[in-house]
Design a binder for this molecule. Structure first.
Ligand code: PMP
Length: 284
């Protein structure tokens, strides 16, 4: 079946989906995006993603291309036209098309594109993955979900070249911010479940927020604070969260086993809760 993309008001064959070379996303990475999971035909945490999109747009003074209610309609249409049962929808809004000049265009008209594709359904029996650590080299507004992802791209490439799934970025003071496309979690040697608190230093992951809610509901104690590479090396368990990874156990860090080198019991519990949460999403 051929894929269909949405570009500025039109549904077009994916292969023919283009924007102008003067699109500021292309020239300046001047835009924002969201990736929303589709589980059994339903959008996962749609409102959370729209709220974060609203925040990203606001922080960069990019206008909404259409009311959120209309955007929701387009998202559903993209999912329907691509017949996605399990997959992801990618949605990008740039500041628009204008002659190249750093300052904002005088009458910006944001450009929206959306694509969707099928992915493997969530597998609660997920295997553990390896993570490497790399220096944090990004700007200091990582809370904004911009399409400016070059450091993330370089980090993920390094992970791939080293046979790892993800790279955790480490500040000069030794503290981990997050992964190149996921949030980082550990269960410390003392059994404390830790993930870094939301701030300008990390993207406040929608999956992260869901797992925080689930852990809290289940009475699992959780601490939101920075943690160091040293702590992570000694951790009993580690995992990552993201829209595309869901909750994924980390079993090796820089080549050394995390805990006993198997997905940990608390991680497995949280995966179970997350699986139930996915099945519980409202109808799209
Ligand atoms: N941090 C970064 C840098 C990311 O790119 C992502 C994925 N978009 C995440 C965290 C996880 O966010 P979410 O759970 O909303 O996918």
């Amino acid at each position: 079946m051929s894929r269909v993309a949405y570009v500025q008001g039109r549904y077009v064959p994916h292969q023919e989906a283009t924007t102008h070379i003067d699109d500021r996303g292309y020239q300046f990475a001047d835009g924002v995006y969201e990736v929303v999971a589709i589980h059994r035909g339903r959008l996962v945490d749609e409102q959370g993603h729209l709220d974060r999109l609203n925040r990203s747009l606001g922080e960069l003074c990019i206008g909404w291309p259409m009311p959120p209610s209309a955007l929701k309609v387009v998202m559903r249409e993209v999912i329907r036209r691509n017949r996605i049962h399990n997959g992801i929808i990618y949605l990008q809004i740039t500041r628009g098309i204008a002659p190249r000049n750093h300052a904002f265009p005088k009458t910006p008209e944001s450009v929206t594109v959306m694509t969707a594709r099928s992915t493997a359904p969530f597998d609660p029996d997920v295997k553990g993955v390896s993570v490497i650590t790399i220096p944090e080299i990004r700007w200091t507004r990582r809370d904004i979900k911009t399409i400016s992802l070059l450091p993330n791209v370089l980090g993920k490439q390094q992970a791939e070249e080293e046979g790892a799934y993800e790279a955790w970025m480490v500040e000069e003071n030794g503290q981990i911010t997050e992964g190149t496309s996921s949030n980082a979690w550990i269960v410390t040697v003392d059994g404390e479940l830790v993930t870094r608190q939301a701030s300008h230093a990390i993207l406040n992951g929608i999956t992260r927020l869901a797992v925080i809610r689930l852990a809290t509901e289940e009475g699992i104690e959780l601490v939101e604070r920075p943690f160091s590479v040293d702590e992570a090396r000694k951790a009993r368990e580690a995992f990552v969260t993201s829209t595309t990874s869901f909750v994924k156990p980390v079993v090796r860090l820089d080549g050394d086993p995390v805990g006993d080198g198997e997905p940990g019991p608390l991680t497995r519990r949280l995966i179970e809760y997350y699986a139930a949460y996915l099945d519980d999403q409202d109808a799209a």
